[in-house]
Ligand binder design. Structure first.
Ligand code: HEM
Ligand code: HEM
Length: 154
């Protein structure tokens, strides 16, 4: 299995641990729900990397077929994640105020800006694909992953 399946699983498990042990259950739970949808979409990357890697042809076809089935809902899971995270931000700002000196708020806002970029380039790509749009969509996804790691860790 591709290493990204493990990374995604690790991040989600750690977030779950933090949510269960945190003090503000609703804010954290909504954040966790948003993370679930983000990781669902990010797993496309793990899927594509697996298809490109050196595995039996039969397995490649199995993954490719599954990937094709998931494609039509990709844009809607992405939009769902976006709306859930905006709600998470609204709850968090209600709780702590828009205070960017709080690292949790700062890292969260940084993540939301990146997520906005992913959504914009996702739609641009959907209307008319190009290499540059693909790379931006993909690299912003990678960047978002690491920003969320920091956001959940601190
Ligand atoms: C980019 C997408 C985001 C994801 C995936 C995300 C995910 C999460 C998760 C899973 C938690 C619970 C675990 C923990 O407490 O460490 C959390 C907590 C938190 N998030 Fe986010 N978040 C995002 C964006 C934001 C934004 C935009 C803000 C604020 C403007 C924010 C503010 C917070 C705060 C303040 C907490 C701690 C709540 C508490 O006191 O328990 N997050 N986030
Ligand atoms: C949580 C947000 C999202 C994440 C993490 C994400 C991630 C990804 C990844 C990793 C890929 C495969 C990258 C590659 O080409 O190698 C992809 C493909 C794609 N994404 Fe997103 N995406 C998100 C939201 C969206 C949204 C809202 C749209 C809106 C239309 C969108 C449209 C597309 C399109 C059209 C493709 C190419 C489909 C394909 O060739 O399989 N994405 N996305």
């Amino acid at each position: 299995m591709n290493k990204w399946f493990y990374f995604n699983f690790l991040l989600f498990s750690f977030a779950l641990y933090k949510i269960i042990n945190g003090s503000h259950l609703l804010v954290s739970f909504i954040g966790g729900l948003g993370l679930f949808f983000i990781l669902f979409n990010w797993t496309r990357h793990a899927m594509f990397s697996t298809i490109r890697s050196d595995i039996p042809r039969k397995t490649k076809i199995k993954y490719a077929k599954f990937s094709k089935r998931v494609l039509p809902i990709h844009k809607w899971t992405g939009m769902t994640a976006f709306i859930i995270i905006i709600f998470h931000a609204y709850l968090a700002i209600n709780l702590y105020g828009f205070n960017l000196s709080i690292t949790k708020i700062f890292s969260g806002m940084f993540g939301l800006i990146i997520l906005t970029g992913i959504v914009i380039f996702g739609w641009l790509r959907w209307f008319k694909a190009s290499y540059i749009k693909r790379i931006i969509h993909l690299w912003l996804g990678l960047l978002l992953f690491f920003v969320i790691v920091v956001h959940v860790l601190i």
